[in-house]
Design a protein around this ligand. Structure first.
Ligand code: PRX
Length: 665
């Protein structure tokens, strides 16, 4: 954390006034409210007896042995939930639905990027998972062994995860866009003995090999016994003596397998997430608490009606969003989901809307970065499709700026659908702060309040709760079922990273503000906070102000050191498609945008310079890498670009830097 991160004592003036301008409110649609899974009384019930509330929520699962105690927090911050309970994750996700007579229900409408499709029912899934589990047993996988999964968005990825879960073998899914060295580090850190992968994947209309990265990684992982390879693209691949084709080993297995029950605290998976420094953190999630949390939130926040809804989390399975809301929660709740392999613009920019139209999707869950990309492409693209089945829209991953929220609600939801802005983290396992679609009158840009059963607060430097209208650090003040249990192999790092800044509280690393009603506005990572002439400014707010200008599609703001003001605001903007080229390059536009920020927030927040860029550096999960933009803004040699989705954008931005200098005044 940097010195500038001491939010909470922000001086009067500018910093948060943009938010105070936001007066739009969207009440829940009457019909949704009348039939909502969760109504307002849930908050009170949870507040009256939090553990009884979570005990009720755990009844969403089938346990072979009931727990003796809901929470054991005696060894804080090491939590045990549903102590003594036993269950099987894959049985809960799959088998019990088949046993209940829902075997023919579609679990996934899968859509491949080239246009091939597969319909997978719960009965299909049960057979596939059983076969894969039997195959893993044949390969010597035992309860507790780790299995690494490096795969694209195909059904076998879900099957592989569930097969591991069925055997009590924690999986670690490594996003298919990561490099060989990232894969190697993760395999080594959790000591995986089996790797499951594919020959290649489809990406923007072409075949991208995945197997060579596995070969390179596994060459340095002598303890990996076998690599199981699913054939997806059919492209040629090199072969080693550890490699086995999935179809050779899995397809000949029995389609039945009797699941064993595991302790509620049995490890379910390890998901790596980057820390501010050092090696990635292996976030450990266990079984009973995690599954309860994701199943409850999927039911409450998305109001899922498994009989009628078609649910689509448009994220990658390689991230926690995919784990929780593509795989575990929808399956546990017996829902029908859409799963799409490719990118939103392959083969055309209307692909997502075509999919919604085709499968009659009712709930869509995606990230603000994607919504802003759609804004850039223009509202006329979704307008060509029938989106009338949509009833709830979700957002996750970053603060959603009010303009993107309103655009999403209007152009995708046709002003009928609530937008649920869900704040959570890899570490929290599931949603923590979010509106409830049948209860909350939404404010664009606010994640509103902690969901029932979760306790969040905003505190100052001293750990004191701030009043309404003030900003500070977001903390979680009580343990929750989906919480990470530790960092794999590093209990001390777990304590230091999350539990030492404010004793007794989990520190999320995010800044937040309570508005006059006490509703929560997320302000980005505290490391990104800027300090301009002693005013603490949130990058999120200035970005929101820029995006509220009709010509701006996306913005990234960083603080660059400045002799006079300590730090100065430097902005990078992507313009909407319709802005003519001559105008985009002109000084007039920059002036207009600077004045717009001054008007929307305060003159103190006026960017020192604004650079129009074709693209922004983003991580593969879509988060803007402000660190690299700071390097550009401070004329430094660029730092590590290896985790960038597309490292060429930095060359473009650097090349344009000289022309931006004249903007400073
Ligand atoms: O800064 C917050 C931001 O994303 C971080 C967590 O990132 P990750 O572990 O990759 O998980 C992403 C999927 C849950 C948070 O610390 N973040 C996530 N959702 C929101 C958000 N910031 C504001 N509003 C959100 N809805």
């Amino acid at each position: 954390m940097t010195d500038t991160a001491s939010a909470g004592a922000a001086p009067e003036g500018g910093a948060l006034s943009n938010l105070l301008h936001e007066t739009r409110r969207f009440d829940p649609p009457a019909e949704l409210a009348a039939n909502a899974n969760v109504t307002a009384d849930a908050y009170q019930r949870a507040a009256d007896d939090r553990l009884a509330f979570w005990a009720d929520a755990a009844e969403r699962l089938t346990w072979t042995k009931k727990w003796d105690q809901v929470l054991d927090w005696s060894n804080a911050p090491f939590a045990k939930w549903y102590v003594g309970g036993k269950l099987n994750a894959a049985y809960n996700a799959v088998d019990r639905h088949v046993e209940a007579g829902n075997g023919d229900k579609v679990a996934f409408h899968w859509e491949g990027e080239p246009g091939d499709t597969r319909t997978i029912t719960y009965a299909d899934l049960q057979k596939m998972v059983s076969q894969a589990a039997n195959a893993l047993i044949e390969l010597g996988v035992q309860t507790g062994d780790r299995v690494a999964i490096y795969m694209p968005m195909i059904p076998e990825t879900v099957v592989a995860m569930l097969a591991c879960a069925r055997l009590g073998a924690p999986h670690t899914v490594v996003f298919g866009g990561f490099s060989a060295s990232a894969l190697r580090d993760r395999i080594q850190d959790c000591d995986a003995r089996i790797v499951i992968t594919v020959d290649g994947q489809y990406r923007r209309g072409s075949q991208a090999a995945l197997k060579p990265a596995v070969d390179e990684a596994v060459a340095e992982c002598p303890d990996v016994r076998n690599v199981l390879v699913v054939r997806r693209t059919g492209q040629d691949v090199a072969w080693t003596d550890k490699d086995l084709w999935w179809h050779d080993v899995v397809d000949r297995q029995s389609t039945t397998h009797t699941p064993e029950s595991f302790d509620a605290e049995h490890p379910l998976y390890v998901m790596y997430t980057s820390g501010t420094t050092g090696k990635p953190k292996g976030i450990l999630h266990t079984t009973g608490g995690y599954l309860t949390h994701v199943a409850y939130t999927h039911w409450a926040v998305f109001d899922i009606k498994p009989e009628t809804d078609v649910f689509w989390t448009a994220a990658d399975i390689g991230w926690v969003t995919g784990h929780s809301y593509i795989v575990y929660a929808p399956l546990i709740n017996g829902a029908t989901s859409v799963m799409y392999e490719g990118t939103p613009d392959t083969p055309h920019q209307g692909r997502w809307w075509e999919i919604i139209d085709k499968y009659k999707v009712t709930i869509l869950y995606t990230a603000p970065t994607t919504i802003r990309m759609f804004m850039k492409w223009g509202a006329e693209v979704p307008a060509r499709y029938d989106l009338s089945t949509l009833r709830i829209l979700g957002s996750v991953g970053e603060p959603i700026n009010p303009e993107a929220y309103v655009w999403y609600r209007h152009n995708i939801g046709h002003d009928r659908t609530p937008v649920v802005d869900t704040w959570w983290q890899t570490e929290t396992g599931g949603h923590m702060i979010s509106p409830l679609p049948g209860v909350t009158a939404g404010k664009p840009g606010s994640a509103m309040t902690a969901i029932p059963g979760v306790s969040a607060d905003v505190v100052d430097d001293a750990g004191q709760s701030v009043g309404n209208g003030q900003g500070g650090y977001l903390v979680l003040t009580e343990p929750w079922p989906g919480m990470l249990r530790t960092i794999w192999g590093d209990d001390q790092r777990y304590v230091d990273t999350y539990w030492s800044r404010f004793p007794g509280y989990y520190f999320a690393g995010d800044g937040a503000k309570k508005d006059e009603d006490g509703d929560l506005w997320l302000l980005g990572r505290v490391d990104d906070v800027m300090n301009v002439s002693g005013h603490r400014l949130s990058t999120t707010e200035i970005e929101s102000a820029l995006v509220s200008h009709e010509k701006v599609a996306e913005a990234a703001v960083v603080g660059a050191s400045d002799e006079t003001t300590g730090q100065a605001v430097v902005a990078f903007v992507i313009l909407r498609g319709a802005v003519p080229k001559e105008e985009a390059q002109g000084a007039e536009l920059v002036k207009e945008l600077r004045n717009h920020v001054a008007h929307e927030i305060s003159p103190i927040a006026k960017p020192r310079s604004i650079m129009v860029v074709p693209d922004l550096p983003k991580t593969r999960s879509g988060k803007i890498m402000r660190r690299l933009l700071r390097d550009v803004a401070e004329h430094r040699t660029m730092g590590d670009v290896t985790t960038l989705q597309d490292s060429s954008v930095m060359d473009l931005i650097s090349a344009g830097l000289d022309s931006a200098k004249g903007d400073e005044d």
